[in-house]
Design a protein around this ligand. Structure first.
Ligand code: NAD
Length: 249
């Protein structure tokens, strides 16, 4: 029930994507890491140092040309991909009235349009049994104040996944969403710092909203992502897997 071939992971320089890259490689998958941050190259080097198979390509996943170029550089013709995990994302805590069109477009572009672009680029390399995964969020399902652009982008991923699950089912390709609650990553810390209350107070409120009373580790989210990307979930498509410590319970 292990992943057999190469997997593309976006947002692999940090947080959940980095944990996924390390976990997938540890379990024997070859990984193609995409990120706009050069730190992704260090993650690939770390994997190779441990005897794994990893390549990195710099990529702005919200930009169609950049995605095309990254695939041309890192996924040679004839490659067979087991799957693609569109995980890169950005969050911005801001009221709607203060949100510029530029900020809106950046959030929708990075969190939603990128999933379309990366999936479209990967499709020629995906065969029967392949798996596509999007990183959604509890914000895919629950509204949050001062988070409208983020919630809209993450909610959009659910319907993109459902539509593609039906469209790609005849080709034996599955499409799912993973929806984490608060995860201990740089994004989460930046989000807490952006709140209009002291950091400790913001964190306490966040933890209180999660019945398990703590952040998820990036590794915990990566482990659930591995399940959805592997043949262990072979009859699951169009689904959303909550990894939210009971937030939605
Ligand atoms: N941390 C949380 O609490 C949490 C909760 C729910 C969902 N998520 C989602 O998980 C995913 C990963 O977030 P994380 O917490 O690991 O954050 P992170 O900031 O640690 O990592 C995000 C990565 O995405 C990359 N990235 C951002 N914009 C990009 C772009 N345009 N092109 C290429 N790469 C880009 C960043 O460089 C970074 O390496 C995101 O989609 C986020 O929305 C996070």
């Amino acid at each position: 029930m292990e992943i057999q071939d190469r997997v593309v992971i976006t947002g692999a320089a940090s947080g959940i994507g980095r944990a996924g890259a390390l976990l997938f490689a540890e379990r024997g998958a070859a990984v193609v890491l995409l990120d706009r941050e050069p730190a992704g190259a260090a993650v690939a080097a770390e994997i190779r140092d441990r005897g794994g198979d990893a390549v990195f390509a710099a990529c702005d996943v919200s930009d169609a040309e950049s995605v095309k170029d990254a695939f041309a550089a890192a996924v040679p013709p004839g490659t067979r991909l087991s799957g693609v995990w569109s995980n890169a994302g950005v969050a911005h805590y801001q009221g709607l009235a203060e949100t510029s069109v530029e900020t809106w477009n950046t959030i929708i572009g990075t969190n939603l349009t990128a999933a379309f672009l990366v999936t479209r680029a990967a499709l020629p390399f995906l065969g029967r049994g392949a798996s596509i995964l999007f990183t959604g969020s509890i914000s895919s399902l629950h509204g949050a104040e001062n988070f409208a652009a983020y919630c809209a982008s993450k909610g959009g991923l659910l319907m993109l996944a459902k539509a593609l699950a039906r469209e790609l089912a005849p080709r034996g390709i599955r499409v799912n969403v993973i929806a984490p609650g608060a995860v201990d990553t740089p994004m989460q810390h930046a989000d807490m710092l952006a709140r209009p209350v002291p950091y400790a107070e913001a964190v306490a409120a966040e933890l209180a909203a999660h019945p398990l009373g703590r952040y998820a580790s990036p590794h915990e989210v990566a482990a659930s992502a591995y399940f959805l990307m592997s043949p262990a979930s072979s009859f699951t498509t169009g689904a959303t897997l909550l990894v939210d410590g009971g937030f939605s319970a």
